[in-house]
Design a protein around this ligand. Sequence first.
Ligand code: NAP
Length: 482
Amino acid sequence: MQKLENYIDGHLEAPRSGRYLDNYEPATGRVVSQVPSSDGADLDAAVAAAERAFVEWRRSAPDERSRVMLTIADRIDANAEELAQAESKDTGKPVSLARALDIPRAAANLRFYAAAATQFASESHSMEGGAINYTLRQPHGVVATISPWNLPLYLFTWKIAPALAAGNTVIAKPSELTPLTACLFSKLCQEAGLPNGVLNILHGEGATIGQQIVEHPSISAISFTGGTVTGATVARTAGPMFKKVSLELGGKNPTLVFADADWDKALDGAVKAAFSNQGEICLCGSRILVESAVFERFRDDFVERASALRVGDPLEATTQQGAVVSEAHMKKILGCLDLAKEEGGRVLCGGKRARVDSDRCKDGWFVQPTVIEGLSMGCRTNREEIFGPVATLIPFDTEEEAVGFANATDYGLSSSIWSQDISRCHRIAERIHSGLVWVNTWLLRDLRTPMGGMKQSGVGREGGFEALRFFTEPKNVCVKYE
Ligand code: NAP
């Protein structure tokens, strides 16, 4: 059985305790490797290495940081197929998706922030009477990044890239459920010549090593992506220690379809938004609000497309829906489907565990793409994040009602609006409670734009210079020269 290793001070290491956790392949339900169960001793070693490395890394020229990051991006490209296979094996996602989205985006994250490192500048304010202020933007020191299992390498690199570009050294914790690509990434950092200790990767459970990272007194800033409940725990721990925290949390995102929408594009967009990555993307549109005049036609077409999605072995090129990440997560999703039925929902397709017709995947954790109608806006199914291949359909009569329904959750991450009335789209975009609004598209991302949510979807924004601002401390210097 392969034993994965932590990456500390430039070296691959076994956990000091010698303890490991089983790592499962969701498509088969079998253990495929063992992941370090790191603890405080590993963390202390990683922090000490990061503190040593910070002395030089903070002084290195942005060009030099940029050069190493570009080399790592090239190493990702060169190993893209191995990384895609590993990502698919670890998460259950179709390998085609890992090839098309996860791995190219990981390289793009490194390249984007390698370029940003050379472009990031600070402000200056001159005053009447002969004085000038300038703002230094200095790295914090040792910072932490904690990332989830749904887009493992994509979100891992999305966090470490701006942290490193800004001159910090990093303690990174991937999800214990999906450690494989972060392990491979450690080796790519070694090959690329990233100085020892600049990036340290610790594996293990969130409740133990994750919590210890948040509590560590030498870690001054934490960038966290994960569930809202965990985000609250991170905030509770970090708040009294006055640590800087960025929280990217869950969503219950609406897709708004108006009668005048381009029919095929809206249908394709709504299906993609609901079921991509088995619905395990924080930005997925799980509540589909449809104008009453076209509700029945849209519902029938949507159900036809959802039922046609091919659930299968993630390693097969034709598979559109893979396994969900764990047995516990599958049971959570199935529990949500029971709740939806208790709440009066009518299941139009799916609604059950899917059985894949292959010997390899016969015990895998698959869920049928599921569409439900007949639920009120206020019920739990329409308010709570399921994070699986489950969408609800809700009719609305007026634009006012659509906005009210869209905003009727505690979350505020993303939304998509489908209509050819562009004035209406602008009006709704202005009124909707979400950090991201897509109009006649979904998941079209420009890495320069602010990414994040409002309400219980998080605090702060990632993306572009926002992330470099998060990972630096502004210091104003006021100089009187007359
Ligand atoms: P999670 O359970 O909250 O875990 C996220 C990360 O936090 C994992 O690495 C986890 O480690 C770690 N963790 C758990 N408890 C911790 C603690 N007390 N202190 C520090 N770290 C701790 O979330 P998940 O189930 O992995 O991911 C799904 C959630 O992430 C969904 O709610 C989804 O919407 C959200 N998400 C949000 C965004 C966004 O940009 N807003 C993007 C993607 C996902 P272990 O897994 O090893 O326990």
